[in-house]
Design a protein. Structure first.
Length: 109
């Protein structure tokens, strides 16, 4: 039983959190690599745990997508972001990248 299957709002929040955590961890990994500092143990552990949990979240997403037949027959909407959501994604990505750069520059000093 998946607790997110029956709660679309909770599922949506979980997707946003997973997105932000993934972008943040990825930015940190790239930053440490670029600075040739080596990877700290906490980052290795966080990336491993994130990859494990993201697999389950991806399965949840796949199971909750409307089928082609439902969309074609008009019983479900096509899976597209609403108008303002694309801009929100871009703003969130930029903010996470800037935060990661700031964090790495503070570590390097």
């Amino acid at each position: 039983m998946n607790p997110l299957s029956d709660h679309p709002q909770a599922r949506r929040i979980a997707y946003y959190v997973a997105f932000l955590v993934g972008i943040g961890l990825g930015a940190l990994q790239v930053g440490f690599q670029a600075a040739e500092m080596g990877f700290p143990t906490w980052l290795k552990v966080a990336l491993s745990v994130y990859a494990f949990l993201a697999a389950g979240l991806g399965l949840t997403a796949a199971q909750n997508m409307p089928s082609y037949e439902d969309v074609a027959e008009g019983q479900a909407r096509p899976p597209r972001p609403e108008r303002g959501e694309s801009l929100l994604y871009i703003v969130l990505v930029v903010l996470v990248i800037l935060a990661a750069i700031w964090f790495l520059s503070a570590l390097i000093r």
